[in-house]
Design a protein around this ligand. Structure first.
Ligand code: ATP
Length: 608
């Protein structure tokens, strides 16, 4: 059997059981024992009540005396004691299930978090990935608990029903069939509609993600300014409510069909039970069964039918939840393509030769456009190389490839002649200090915002402060209300926000904290004023010392101070040299330099 998206339907149930067992072993054992107890006790009650009714009738016939009524009193005590035990077991079950659900929820969150950082960056380029992630996260935390609850009710009620059926079968074996057929139609109706609902849920994933997107525009700070300035509220509201209306109508149509079918199935079940009760009443009327038997039969049939309905509904819930959990498991099964090699080379320490891109051709996943075409570049060890070029030339792509966020389709990238695919991912990335074009601003203290660059170095005394000084951030941090302990970001109480340039310095300190042989900086001075820029470069030269540095920049005033300049255009290097060499050459760089100088004279910024 296949699910709406073609995967086997029942495998997720087994995987969920394994997951539950791994996440909460002790609780699961206790849960099973309590369920068995709770399954048996209601049958004991039915038997005690039958004996109570019969001993009451016998006692009344023998005259109302303590001796005659004593058996009835004892059975009444047993009924009461069993009821007490059921209550106790219910409370124990509730506690066990809650603690089990909490553990499972944490386990699932950990699985999703681990997987989210393990998958390739390429996954973030694909709408399919977002659909899978959305479906995996949607209720994934609560679904196992629901599945557990319904699975528990199936186990418990099945034990009761089997025992009750055996009791009823004493009167006639075909009553077993009566019990089964009274609920079969309901079972099929609910199973069918569960499947339809799951199919609808899969098919509407993208629409529901659009809803989430519109909703986020209203509720996140990133869009708050433009939402107000461009009066985007009504625009997004209209898109949101239009989509909601369509989804709501589809869902209500489905539920309407489901209710009508369920009603028909319930009526059929009731008719079967009515006939069985009439048959038993006829026997009691003719004296072939006792009043106690009729009570037992009524309890068993009515109770059994209720339980069967419960089992049916729980089974379909188990099935429904397992369909949803199938999506969670599909997410866990995603395999990254950028992986560690079988036998990794030792971690690159100090570079002797440098970094080389050799005949690299690369296009982003899902994109037809080639970002780098037969690309060659050598960055000698210990040098500061500036990389300049127009927007979209492919500069940032080089950094992403060096970090192995992607692997090129053709060619190789080497550190001291060793293909970077031969290092373990952790080692390779540990040997790079990177300042990304759009670094992340964490809602954490200044110290922690820098420490994320290298927790081990941060734990070592004055590492964080030294990195902040190197990035030119120390003075600014000293002026903050609680210095390095100041909470950054505005999402939490007492948080302080920084300007773009100040954030950039914090991010730079984060990169500088890591004492790695390679420094990669993507537009490190884009937010800095020109005075700060020159001072910053002097500090970089001291810090870089003998480390190999690649600095992407649009500012010629900073590029001209590098040891070497590479000029990139349309995915290839078009010119290389020192600033003077390139000016003498009077090519693309010289032209762009003149444009920028001219633009700065007329106070209009221009980029290469
Ligand atoms: P800028 O100076 O504007 O930062 P850049 O030189 O750093 O530009 P890259 O970001 O490397 O340029 O982009 C190179 C090319 O790859 C561009 O054509 C860009 O549109 C494309 N590109 C970048 N990122 C992606 C992506 N994630 N998916 C598809 N194409 C991308």
């Amino acid at each position: 059997m296949k699910s709406a998206n073609g995967r086997p339907r029942f495998r997720p149930i087994l995987r969920t059981c394994r997951l539950i067992w791994t996440a909460a072993r002790g609780q699961t054992i206790a849960w099973t024992i309590i369920l068995v107890v709770l399954g048996v006790l209601p049958v004991a009650t039915v038997i005690w009540i039958r004996l109570l009714v019969d001993s009451l009738v016998a006692g009344l016939r023998a005259g109302v005396s303590w001796t005659a009524m004593r058996p009835a009193a004892e059975y009444a005590g047993l009924v009461f004691g069993t009821a007490l035990l059921i209550e106790l077991a219910q409370s124990a079950l509730e506690w066990t299930r809650t603690s089990q659900a909490e553990l499972i929820q944490d386990y699932i969150s950990a699985c999703i978090h681990r997987k989210s950082v393990e998958v390739d960056m390429a996954f973030y380029e694909s709408p399919d990935y977002y659909d899978t992630l959305y479906r995996a996260r949607d209720d994934a935390n609560t679904r196992p608990a629901l599945l557990l609850e319904h699975l528990g009710s199936v186990v418990q009620n099945s034990i009761t029903v089997v025992l009750l059926t055996l009791l009823v079968a004493r009167y006639s074996p075909w009553l077993i069939l009566v019990m089964i057929f009274s609920v079969a139609p309901a079972f099929f109706v609910v199973a069918h509609f569960n499947w339809l609902q799951h199919k609808w849920w899969i098919e509407t994933t993208t629409e529901r993600r659009w809803l989430q997107y519109y909703d986020q525009k209203f509720t996140t700070s990133a869009a708050a300014a433009e939402m107000r300035l461009f009066r985007l509220g009504p625009v997004f509201e209209q898109a949101f409510s239009g989509l909601r209306k369509s989804l709501r109508e589809q869902r209500l149509r489905l539920v309407l069909r489901q209710s009508a079918s369920r009603m028909g199935a319930a009526l059929a079940g009731l008719a079967v039970v009515g006939l069985a009760l009439a048959w038993m009443g006829w026997h009691t009327f003719h004296g072939s069964t006792t009043l106690g038997d009729l009570t037992l039969f009524y309890q068993a049939i009515a109770g059994g039918q209720g339980l069967m309905r419960g089992i049916t509904s729980s089974l379909t819930q188990v099935y429904g939840n397992s369909l949803f959990l199938g999506e969670f498991f599909a997410f866990l099964d995603l395999k990254p393509e950028v992986r560690d090699p079988r036998r990794a080379m030792p971690r690159p320490r100090d570079l002797q030769e440098g970094i080389a891109f050799q005949n690299v051709t690369f296009h982003y996943p899902g994109s037809e456009r080639v970002a780098l075409k037969d690309f060659n570049l050598a960055i000698p060890a210990g040098r500061i190389v500036a990389l300049v070029g127009p927007n979209g030339a492919g500069k940032s792509t080089l950094i992403k490839l060096l970090c192995r966020f992607y692997d090129p389709q053709v060619g190789r990238i080497t550190l001291d002649g060793v293909d970077i695919r031969q290092f373990s991912l952790a080692d390779l990335r540990a040997s790079l200090s990177v300042l990304f074009q759009t670094p992340v601003a964490y809602d954490a203290s200044v110290r922690d915002n820098i420490a994320v660059g290298d927790f081990a170095a941060a734990a070592n005394g004055s590492g964080v402060e030294a990195a902040a000084r190197a990035a030119g951030a120390h003075e600014m941090i000293s002026l903050l209300p609680r210095g390095y302990q100041t909470l950054l970001g505005k999402s939490f109480a007492e948080g302080t926000d920084l300007s773009g340039g100040e954030w950039q310095r914090i991010a730079m300190a984060r990169a500088f904290l890591r004492k790695s042989p390679v420094i990669l900086l993507d537009e490190p001075t884009s937010f800095m004023d020109s005075w700060a820029e020159l001072e910053w470069f002097d500090r970089l030269r001291k810090l870089a010392n003998s480390r190999t540095t690649l600095m992407i920049t649009h500012r010629f005033t900073i590029a001209m101070r590098a040891d070497w300049i590479e000029v990139m255009k349309d995915g290839v290097i078009v010119e290389s040299g020192t600033h003077d060499m390139l000016i003498r050459r009077d090519g693309f760089y010289a032209q762009s330099w003149r444009d920028q100088i001219e633009a700065s004279r007329t106070a209009t910024p221009a980029a290469v």
